[in-house]
Design a protein around this ligand. Structure first.
Ligand code: SF4
Length: 309
């Protein structure tokens, strides 16, 4: 039988809170923005353009950032300055060939055109993607974020203009762009999109979906955040599941009950930038702002002192 992994204690999370707070506030986010897909929605002053550009960037945020960001650029260029107008046009006039030169791993231009058409269709019916998500959250049992996301993703996948575009290709690629949060994974891309739209504005996130409280967000758990979270003892779990994302969020909520995912950008970029690499590097830990609370740094220091690798 697999050993039970104890949840990190609330006391540990409370002891880490001042450290996390200092680390997040001192993190040079501006320097890391160009490497992050949040730069796409941040380009647009109009909230409609920002929420559509954000949806596109979040749904394509799989694989290497330097590769998928080029693909997002390609689609935005086809939209001629207004992602919202592009989405509205595709909702009115579904066109399977509008992005015919596009291909990225599991997705073709038809999949992306279908996603944009679905966004345009929801915006036409509800005013904005934010208004629709907020309504779904209000209707969800116990205001479950996961349930609201599941319904939101389902509406995008079944929007009539999207299905018209995918009549020949089928919906498999759109399912990959809009995964089902109920499937058990951490739904990183959906939680990333919500972080961008809901929290802030703070120089990173946009804060344009004001009807949703940042307190209900779940951390967009990826390999970088999960690794740092484990090293800090915010979770003992090794998987990238929704349950792990909730556990990490619960620990971060001790540090900031109203805005638990404000730490995500700094924690993620600590890993993404290579400053907290997958293999322990004690020489880097000495300069890390999380050093005094990090279990891996402690082991690294002792190993280094004892000469063990
Ligand atoms: S102290 Fe070292 S292992 Fe811990 S988070 Fe910082 S860089 Fe990563």
């Amino acid at each position: 039988m697999a050993p039970r992994r104890a949840r990190p204690s609330r006391g540990r999370a409370a002891r880490l809170a001042p450290l996390l707070d200092r680390f997040q506030r001192g993190f040079d986010s501006a320097a890391r923005l160009p490497a992050d897909p949040v730069e796409f929605p941040r380009r647009y002053a109009d909230p409609g353009d920002a929420e559509v550009a954000g949806l596109l960037a979040a749904c394509l945020a799989y694989g290497r950032a330097d590769v998928f960001k080029g693909k997002v650029e390609q689609v935005l260029a086809a939209g001629e300055g207004s992602p919202a107008a592009f989405a509205a046009r595709l909702a009115r006039e579904p066109d399977a060939r509008v992005l015919s030169g596009f291909r990225y791993r599991f997705n073709t231009g038809e999949d992306v055109a279908a996603l944009l058409a679905a966004a345009g269709w929801i915006r036409a019916g509800h005013g904005s993607l934010g208004a629709r998500f907020s309504a779904l959250l209000g209707e969800a049992p116990e205001s479950s974020l996961r349930e609201a996301l599941t319904r939101f993703a389902g509406e995008l996948r079944s929007a009539p203009p999207a299905l018209a575009i995918l009549r020949k290709r089928g919906v498999r690629g759109l399912r990959h762009l809009c995964p089902d949060p109920a499937a058990g994974g951490a739904a990183k891309r959906w939680n990333l999109y919500l972080r961008w739209m809901v929290r802030g504005p703070d120089g990173v996130d946009l804060g344009i979906w004001r009807d949703v409280a940042p307190a209900v967000l779940v951390v967009p758990l990826d390999t970088h955040v999960a690794r740092v979270a484990r090293r800090l003892g915010l979770t003992r779990r090794n998987d990238l599941s929704w349950r792990t994302a909730e556990e990490v969020t619960a620990a971060l909520r001790v540090a900031d009950p109203l805005d638990p995912v404000r730490f995500d950008f700094a924690l993620c970029h600590l890993g993404m930038s290579g400053r907290c690499p997958p293999r322990r590097a004690p020489e880097r830990c000495a300069a890390c702002g999380l050093n005094e609370g990090c279990e891996a740094a402690g082991r690294g220091s002792r190993s280094a002192r004892s000469g063990r690798s």
